[in-house]
Design a protein around this ligand. Structure first.
Ligand SMILES: CC(=O)SCCNC(=O)CCNC(=O)[C@H](O)C(C)(C)COP(=O)(O)OP(=O)(O)OC[C@H]1O[C@@H](n2cnc3c(N)ncnc32)[C@H](O)[C@@H]1OP(=O)(O)O
Ligand SMILES: O=C([O-])CC(=O)C(=O)O
Length: 365
């Protein structure tokens, strides 16, 4: 039998025009563009256009995308009704999975896998997921639901529905940047999951529900919530350093550190988020969280030679934006929906079913 690679490490599973992590030139390449460079000048909606249409938008096209995202916000009321019926027992991540499934039932052309239909579905999901996500939390904590405002941008509306306050320009800028950084990242577990499901010719909703489930785990998207819980266990850099040393002694994994691809350096997206944490620390005149994170970074480099991934610095940034911890991973999923749908569409259009083999280690036969 062929070589066995645990965790498929280093195995190439797809050809793609969407993205690649080029470790030689240290770039996250999205359709030919460096994501970290794009983060300096572009917005999340630009990346949505790049991922779904193949090109960065002109000013006019950007406005069209924003308009389209507004137009598609009409969420069938059943989705939130179902969440309410569960008496607030849904984790927002599970609410997203259920929400995407329910939306499949409203798609009259479910069997139509054409490019145009899949692109339309992607925009609809991107428009409706922030409403499902923010309101699933509101239902969970028994607060009135909130619908988007006509005069707010995509990212501003998402943050508004989460916090209930119209965000400042600085808050929108930083939140939007986090969505951009989370939008796409080559072939993580969730994207692979989505492509495996899509490879049976299953519909886009089915592939996405699989991806939500994958992303929820704390070795993947769930790490951002775990990071914040860990930071909240203590309140000083010294105590945080001690906490990490203790966890390492107990052979625990430290959430927010390590990455299958970035082995010997910090995830470049984490560096961008770290700068935004600095900015918010200056705004608040309180850099305790930043100093705690830096202490964690130092001890992990020293003890394990491991570096932060995006989740490590996204978590304290979301904390400073007043976002409830239970929404950190769901926000990651909303942002990643742009990349995931692009991958599902690509899989549908250039498909061979995934069907690998095993190395048998069972009873003799
Ligand atoms: C945006 C994202 O989704 S990024 C990923 C977010 N996930 C996390 O932050 C969870 C914590 N990190 C991890 O669990 C891992 O580093 C992963 C899942 C990201 C990558 O996993 P893999 O490439 O399979 O690495 P693996 O888990 O085999 O680790 C290799 C070694 O480093 C150690 N290691 C890796 N990450 C960590 C960590 N965060 N804390 C402590 N030790 C770690 C492992 O224990 C292992 O040590 P060993 O060889 O002595 O057994
Ligand atoms: O690439 C990965 O394995 C995980 C990750 O950082 C992401 O999905 O953004």
């Amino acid at each position: 039998m062929e070589q066995f690679k645990p965790g498929l490490e280093g195995v190439v599973v797809s050809e793609t025009e969407i993205s690649v992590l080029d470790t030689e030139v240290e770039k996250i390449v999205i359709r030919g563009y460096d994501l970290i460079e794009l983060a300096k000048t572009n917005s999340y909606v630009d990346i949505v256009h790049l991922l779904l249409e193949g090109e960065l938008p002109t000013d006019e096209q950007r406005q069209e995308v924003e308009k389209k995202l507004h137009k598609y916000q009409a969420l069938p009321t059943t989705v939130l009704d179902i969440l309410k019926l569960q008496n607030g027992r849904f984790h927002p991540m599970d609410a997203q999975r259920t929400g995407v499934s329910v939306l499949a039932g409203y798609d009259d052309d479910l069997e139509d896998r054409s490019h145009a239909m899949n692109i339309k579905r992607s925009y609809m999901l991107l428009a409706q997921l922030p409403i499902i996500t923010a309101n699933s939390y509101r239902i969970l904590v028994d607060e009135p639901t909130l619908m988007p405002k006509d005069d707010l941008s995509y990212s501003a509306n998402f943050l508004y529905m989460i916090t209930g306050e119209v965000p400042t320009e600085q808050e929108v800028k930083i939140f939007d940047k986090s969505l951009l950084l989370y939008s796409e990242h080559e072939m993580p577990n969730s994207t692979f999951t989505a492509r495996v499901i899509a490879s049976t010719n299953a519909d886009l909703y089915g592939a996405l529900t699989g991806a939500v489930s994958s992303l929820k785990g704390n070795l993947h998207g769930g790490a951002n919530e775990a990071v914040m819980h860990m930071l909240n266990e203590v309140s000083t850099p010294e105590a945080f350093e001690e906490l990490i040393r203790e966890k390492l002694k107990n052979k625990e994994k430290i959430m927010g550190f390590g990455h299958r691809v970035y082995m010997d350096r910090m995830d470049p997206r984490a560096s961008v988020m770290k700068e935004h944490l600095r900015e918010l620390s200056e705004r608040d005149g309180d850099d305790t969280l930043l100093r705690m994170c830096e202490a964690g970074e130092r001890v992990m480099k020293e003890e394990k030679g491991l570096f932060p991934n995006l989740d490590y610095y996204a978590a304290p940034v979301y904390w400073k934006l007043n976002i409830p911890i239970i929404l950190y991973t769901p926000i990651f999923f909303v942002a990643r929906t742009a990349g995931l749908t692009a991958h599902i569409i690509e899989q549908h259009e250039n498909n061979r079913i995934f069907r690998p083999r095993v190395k048998y280690i069972g009873r003799d036969y």
